[in-house]
Design a protein around this ligand. Structure first.
Ligand code: MG
Length: 215
């Protein structure tokens, strides 16, 4: 049965939306303006900015008395649990499972944080295989992490699909591992010359339905 590999952040769950809601609440709670909300979104860099840097900048801008380490710890303790269950996505994944697809989630990030995001969103109950970089010590786009996912899924990479939002980690990495690729473009232009996604879509449901109909 074929293999479907999915990224987590901004692929199966819309992290941009989760982060924006969090930033909006923070801005309201401290009566900060809308520009603060936008600034938080900017320095977050879609989650790729190291949390120590992110919280150093926030602390400095708002003269927060807490230490950076404490702010990071508080963030780690609360943000992952905000990941929502998305019934349409879960239902589509269950349909794929029912049709014989093997589902793997391959995600770069800390062990505890990613595991809690997966639990909060209910995705840990649906995926056959989960590979978290912080657990296994390999990161996308390293081919070895895709190999490990395939090995755990008892499926070949060839003939499988990769869905993700990160051009290098998900699409180039997935392509180089032998998977067909679907890129969630999220209002961006394709940035790489080295590889082109097999399909570009605007949302995850489109991607999952394409995989289903592709057989
Ligand atoms: Mg992602």
């Amino acid at each position: 049965m074929p293999l479907l590999v999915c990224d987590l952040d901004d692929t199966l769950v819309d992290r941009v939306r989760v982060f924006a809601a969090w930033a909006g609440e923070l801005a309201r709670r401290h009566q900060l303006g809308a520009e603060t909300h936008e600034w938080l979104v900017m320095i977050d860099e879609r989650g790729s900015a190291p949390r120590e840097e992110f919280w150093s900048a926030v602390r400095e801008r708002f003269n927060l008395p807490a230490e950076v380490g404490d702010l990071v710890a508080e963030w780690i303790a609360s943000f992952p649990d905000r990941y929502p269950r998305e019934p349409p996505v879960l239902e589509e994944l269950i349909s794929l499972r029912d049709e014989g697809w093997t589902l793997a989630i391959v995600t770069n990030g800390g062990a505890d944080v990613q595991a809690r995001k997966l639990a909060a969103s209910g995705l840990d109950q649906i995926a056959h295989v989960v590979c978290i970089s912080g657990v296994i010590g390999l990161r996308k786009p390293d081919r070895a992490i895709f190999d490990l996912a395939a090995q755990r899924a008892h499926q070949p990479l060839l003939g499988g699909w990769m869905i993700g939002d990160n051009p290098r980690e998900d699409i180039e990495g997935g392509h180089d591992a032998g998977l067909k690729t679907i890129w969630l473009q999220r209002e961006r232009a394709w940035p790489l010359d080295s590889v082109t996604p097999d399909l570009t879509v605007d949302d995850i449901l489109q991607a999952l339905r394409h995989v289903r109909t592709s057989g």
